[in-house]
Design a binder for this molecule. Structure first.
Ligand code: ZN
Length: 282
């Protein structure tokens, strides 16, 4: 768990644990001889992948960005990926109960980003965060129900019941949902994946989600094979860096098992790097 301040807002990084992804899929067309210098893999070529959520306390609202894998994966998927299910315990260790959460934001609806949206109870599925309003892009919700290449990554029990009970607000495009909390669409990983930008006191932090999943994916061309629109990922990254670097934004990494957030820098040759200190700054 790491905590820092962005102006008047307090950010806490909370993990749902780590899981395993195929290293080849994680780094797309990048040769293993290159990515293996940054990230190690096991004998089945799998890399350890983080599940980082962020709690933002604005003073008026408590927001939870992303809800990890959760605890109700089908058996086969749990076998493949693992199902650490640490989020609620780690929230508790940070002094946060599910009832404290006013707002949940999902960057998109792949199973490893919205798993704790719901839990199974006696009477069926119920919201894990009983008071929360959930924010999802309308286009992403629609895409989740289409037959597409990434259909296998969508588990409808993570969101359908929330829509039926009126808990989900479907957002169309970019919007400031509360003062200083902005949703902004960055296409590439999916068409409607949204980043969450948090601004207070002249400082900004951005949960850029699967557009730049870890600190090993900073290079414009190190695009995951999972991405539906890889060329748009590159364009979206250019757009992101053109603001995040000159304005000194803190970038939050959804799948980095070691670095939940860092500022970024770019040298004269265009090479991107973390700008230390990578964690715990205020
Ligand atoms: Zn995804």
């Amino acid at each position: 768990m790491y905590r820092l301040a962005i102006g008047d807002f307090e950010l806490t990084s909370i993990s749902d644990g780590t899981y395993r992804l195929d290293g080849g899929a994680f780094f797309g067309v990048v040769p293993k001889t290159l990515w293996s210098k940054k990230v190690s893999s096991d004998n089945e070529n799998r890399v350890t992948t983080g599940l980082n959520s962020i709690v933002v306390r604005t003073g008026e609202k408590t927001l939870l960005i992303e809800t990890g894998i959760g605890n109700k994966l089908p058996e086969k998927m749990a076998e493949i990926y693992g199902q650490p299910a640490r989020l609620l315990d780690n929230l508790q260790s940070a002094g946060i109960s599910p009832e404290d959460i006013d707002v949940v934001i999902n960057s998109h609806l792949h199973f490893d980003h919205c798993g704790w949206n719901t839990v199974k109870g006696n009477g069926g599925l119920k919201p894990t965060f009983p008071r929360a309003r959930y924010y999802v892009q309308e286009g992403e919700f629609r895409h989740a129900h289409e037959k597409q290449r990434d259909s296998i990554s969508y588990l409808h029990e993570n969101y359908d019941s929330l829509l039926e009970s009126g808990k989900i607000e479907l957002v169309r495009g970019n919007r400031e949902i509360f003062p200083g909390i902005f949703l902004e669409v960055f296409p590439g990983h999916t068409r409607d994946m949204q980043a969450i930008i948090v601004c207070s006191g002249g400082k900004s932090a951005c949960y850029i989600s699967d557009l730049i999943p870890t600190s090993a994916h900073l290079d414009l061309n190190w695009v995951m094979a999972f991405d539906l629109y890889p060329l748009e990922t590159i364009d979206s990254r250019k757009r992101y860096y053109s603001r995040a670097i000159p304005e000194g934004w803190l970038t939050m990494f959804t799948h980095d098992p070691r670095v939940p957030w860092s500022c970024l820098e770019q040298d004269e040759r265009g090479k991107l790097a973390l700008k230390p200190p990578a964690v715990g700054i205020s």
